[in-house]
Design a protein around this ligand. Structure first.
Ligand SMILES: C[S@@+](CC[C@H](N)C(=O)[O-])C[C@H]1O[C@@H](n2cnc3c(N)ncnc32)[C@H](O)[C@@H]1O
Length: 263
C-alpha cells in the first residue's frame, strides 16, 4: 500500500470513527477564516468524506470537494456538493475561481510547498487559504498509547506513513516553518498557530475507534479475526484510559490570503 491508495476502502469507517475527531477540527479550521464564508465558493481539498465541506456548508458556503480517493470523495458528496477526483499537486481547475481553498489534514501527507502553491493558484486575489495539520514534535500521549498496543501485536507502520512522519512532519507540524512555506508559496497575511481541539468528553471507546480507523492501522486490524480484534480493542481501551476522556489532540492551523484585491 502507498499513500496514493491508503484511504481506499476506508470511507465508511473513516467517516463514522475518525470523523468524531476530524469534524470538530474541521469546524475550528473553517471558523478561523479571516472572512465570512457565507455565499462564497469554497474548495475543500483532500476532502476525505467531507468534514471541512460540511463545516463550510454549515456557514452558508457553496462547496466543491476534491480528493485523490474516488471512494472517499464520493462518500462525502452524497451529502450534496460536487466532487472531483484529483491530486492537489495538479488540480484540473482554472486559476483564481474560488473565494477560499481549505485543506484539512492534507499538508501532512506531502511536502507542503507545492500543495500550497496550487491552492493559492485556484483562489482569487484577496481570497483565503486555510489548512490544518497534526502538530509535530512530542508524541501525542493518547495516540502513542494505542499505537504501542498495536505494535506489541506485531503491527509495523507502513513505509508511506513512516516517510510522512520523517520527511514531512518537521515542516507541516511546525507553525513557524509552515507559515514560512506559505509565504514562499505566495500567500500574504499568513498566520499559523498551535491548536488543541476540545473534543468534549470523547470517551475511550471513541478514541480507540478513531485511531484504529486511520489508514496506517485500519488494514492491519481488518485482517485480524473477530476474537483477536476484540482482545486488541480491550487492551487499547486499558492503555488509553489515563488520556481519555479529556483528550485534546494537538494540531497546527494556518490561515493566509492570496495577494491582491478581490474584484
Ligand atoms: C487525513 S484525511 C483528511 C480528510 C478531511 N479533510 C478531514 O479533515 O477529515 C486526508 C485526505 O487527503 C487525501 N489525499 C492525500 N493525498 C492527496 C493528494 N495528493 N491530493 C488529493 N487528496 C489527497 C486522502 O485521500 C484523504 O482523503
Amino acid at each position: 500500500m502507498a499513500v496514493t491508495t491508503a484511504y481506499d476502502g476506508l470511507a465508511h469507517e473513516w467517516d463514522a470513527a475518525a470523523g468524531l475527531v476530524y469534524r470538530p477540527l474541521a469546524r475550528s479550521l473553517v471558523a478561523a477564516s479571516p472572512v465570512a464564508l457565507a455565499g462564497r465558493l469554497v474548495l475543500d481539498i483532500g476532502s476525505g468524506t467531507g468534514a471541512v465541506a460540511q463545516a463550510a456548508a454549515a456557514r452558508g458556503a457553496r462547496v466543491v470537494a476534491v480528493d485523490r480517493s474516488t471512494e472517499m470523495v464520493s462518500y462525502g458528496s452524497a451529502q450534496g456538493w460536487p466532487a472531483v477526483v484529483a491530486d492537489v499537486l495538479a488540480l484540473p481547475l482554472r486559476g483564481g475561481v474560488f473565494d477560499a481553498a481549505v485543506a484539512g489534514f492534507l499538508l501532512n501527507h506531502l511536502p507542503p510547498a507545492a500543495a500550497l502553491a496550487e491552492l493559492a493558484r485556484v483562489v482569487c486575489p484577496g481570497g483565503v487559504v486555510l489548512a490544518s495539520t497534526w502538530a509535530g514534535g512530542q508524541r501525542d500521549s493518547a495516540k502513542a498509547a494505542i499505537d504501542a498496543v498495536v505494535a506489541s501485536w506485531g503491527w509495523v507502520p507502513p513505509a508511506w506513513y513512516q516517510a510522512m512522519r520523517e520527511q514531512v512532519e518537521h515542516e507541516s507540524g511546525n507553525p513557524e516553518r509552515l507559515a514560512a512555506t506559505a509565504r514562499e508559496a505566495g500567500l500574504v497575511s499568513v498566520r499559523a498557530w498551535a491548536h488543541r481541539e476540545d473534543l468534549g468528553l470523547l470517551d475511550s471507546h471513541a478514541v480507540v475507534a478513531y485511531r484504529l480507523a486511520t489508514p496506517q492501522i485500519a488494514p492491519w486490524v481488518g485482517a485480524l479475526d473477530p476474537s483477536a480484534r476484540a482482545e486488541l480493542v480491550r487492551q487499547a481501551l486499558v492503555a488509553v484510559r489515563p488520556h481519555a476522556p479529556g483528550w485534546r489532540p494537538a494540531a497546527v492551523l494556518l490561515a493566509g490570503r492570496v495577494r491582491g484585491q478581490p474584484s
